[in-house]
Design a protein around this ligand. Structure first.
Ligand code: ADP
Length: 504
């Protein structure tokens, strides 16, 4: 920046007339200030830029018009510039116009010197670069976004590609090379996405779907690796279209799904196998227990006949032996009946119907009337819902739980509370008693078939009741568990999905 020297004594002369309009309407704002910072000359462009009239500006300090964030610093800067001649480097500064709008100006300043070479002022040209700055910032933002996207594209664990409409690969990331077995980007770029499809028809279907839907979301498809090996993938593909609706670019995001697919298939096979063997076992238990009933009935009735007819006539040993036989036959009968009931849950389950849980409880209590009366038990029932279930099995479920609550009581008469609340899309039932309780370490075991915590002398039973409960609840798509402490009573919870259980 050169410093200019005015030849005449009066440094603030008007420019020659022919330059007047050039000066006024120049594309840059222009002003001159004296050493006090007072505006001595200003062109129309600057007046319009800042929103003040020339009359308002002339004769007043420039910082009243060129308003920046820090006015004090502005004044100080001007003062220090006045102190010594020499080049003033251009700067970019932000000012607030009269209307409150912020502008960025590129400021060029020169000293005005008198004939003796002393600084008598500063002349300033200012270029409004607000729009350019905004564009630069926008461009910078775009560049940052673009970089971010590129990093996503490149560093993604998913295989990403961009391809032409004919499938020609234009760009791909390292995960893509790895997934499809390419040795280099060049090798991939020499190939087409079409060649990754097992059959040209599959590729055509893909293109047609993309044309119609513009994008494919979570599409499961089998593709080929470079060496011909099949891979299962999930892909999200977006088509880019021109204004005529023609596909111009394909952008794909591919995730290897082979492992999951294989294990899913293996799991499905195992589940089917398990279901089949479960069914077989159930059928076996059913047939076996059903067919055992008949001969057992014979044994039982004849031993009872023996007991009746020959008691006291064959000696005391014989009486005792016959007692044992009668007792054993009875126990075996109960066992087989229970086993049959267990097998029937799966094999002879009824239709699911709209079922009142309260009615199921009522039926259970009715069936248990003798036990309820003998033990002077009280059963309190909260508000219970109506739900989609097998009504008979639901009754059986409550009967087993209430029956146990009575059987495993303490000295005091049993108090049984049945309530239900909602829990994450399920009905959660609770059958609570004040009985002997259960050590939490047996909380899982008691639901297994034949698992008992007591011998026959303490409490009679077969250890099937809770296994039946579990089977019924699971057939309804729920689960059952117990929360208890010894001598603290037990809380048996079970859930049933509100939207209707599974119907096996
Ligand atoms: P069973 O009553 O024939 O033994 P269950 O399958 O009904 O068979 O119960 C298994 C075991 O769980 C019982 O032997 C008992 O120890 C325990 N149990 C079940 N219900 C209760 C209860 N309400 N309070 C305490 N213990 C219980």
């Amino acid at each position: 920046m050169s410093t200019s020297t005015l030849e005449t004594g009066d440094a603030w002369l008007q420019p020659a007339e022919e330059f007047q309009s050039l000066f006024e309407d120049a594309p840059v704002a222009y002003h001159e200030i004296d050493t006090q910072g007072v505006v001595r000359r200003v062109n129309r462009t600057e007046c319009e830029l800042l929103g003040f009239s020339r009359d308002e500006m002339l004769g007043r300090p420039i910082w009243r018009y060129l308003v920046s964030d820090d006015q004090n610093a502005s004044q100080e800067r001007i003062r220090s510039k006045m102190k010594r001649a020499g080049p003033i480097p251009p700067s970019e500064r932000v000012f607030v116009r009269r209307d409150g709008i912020t502008v960025t100006l590129e400021v060029h300043e020169n000293h005005i010197l008198d004939s003796a070479g002393s600084v008598i002022g500063i002349r300033t040209t200012m270029l409004d670069i607000t729009a350019r700055k905004r564009a630069e910032r926008a461009e910078e933002g775009l560049r940052r976004i673009e970089n971010k996207h590129r990093r996503f594209f490149e560093e993604d664990v998913a295989a990403n590609y961009i391809a032409a409409p004919d499938g020609q690969i234009l760009e791909c990331n390292p995960a893509f090379l790895l997934l499809f077995g390419f040795n280099s980007v060049d090798e991939a770029l020499a190939t087409t996405i079409a060649s990754l499809y097992p059959h040209p028809d599959a590729w055509r279907v893909f293109l047609k779907t993309l044309q119609e839907n513009r994008l494919l979301r979570y599409s499961n498809v089998e593709l080929r690796r470079r060496n011909g090996g099949a891979i299962q993938v999930i892909q999200n593909v977006v088509g880019a279209f021109n204004e005529r609706g023609e596909l111009v670019e394909i952008r794909g995001h591919v995730i290897d799904d082979t492992e999951r697919k294989l294990s899913e298939e293996a799991l499905a096979r195992k589940t089917a196998e398990l279901a089949r063997s479960n069914k077989e076992l159930e059928l076996f238990a059913y047939v076996a227990s059903h067919d055992l009933q008949e001969p057992l009935r014979m044994v039982s009735s004849y031993t009872q006949l023996l007991a009746r007819r020959y008691r006291g006539r064959l000696g005391s040993d014989a009486d005792e032996f016959i007692e044992f036989a009668v007792d054993g036959a009875k126990r075996m009968q109960t066992l087989i009946n229970d086993l049959l009931a267990y097998a029937r849950v799966g094999t002879r389950g009824g239709e699911f119907k709209v079922t009142s849980a309260a009615a199921a409880v009522e039926m259970a209590v009715k069936n248990l009337r003798a036990a309820v009366e003998d033990s002077r038990a009280s059963v309190h029932c909260g508000t219970l819902p109506t739900l989609f279930a097998d009504p008979l099995q639901f009754g059986q479920l409550f009967q087993n739980l209430i029956g146990n609550a009575i059987k495993y009581r303490q000295m005091a008469p049993p108090e049984i509370r049945i309530t239900c609340d909602e829990l994450a899309g399920d009905w959660r039932f609770l059958v609570q008693d004040n009985g002997i309780g259960i050590d939490p370490k047996y909380a899982d075991r008691i639901f297994q078939i034949f698992q008992r915590l007591h011998n026959q002398k303490e409490y009679s039973g077969t250890g099937i009741g809770l296994a039946i409960c579990k089977k019924i609840v699971e057939r309804h798509g729920g689960r059952i568990w117990v929360e208890s402490q010894p001598e603290q009573g037990s809380s048996f919870f079970f859930t049933v999905p509100k939207n209707g259980g599974t119907h096996a």
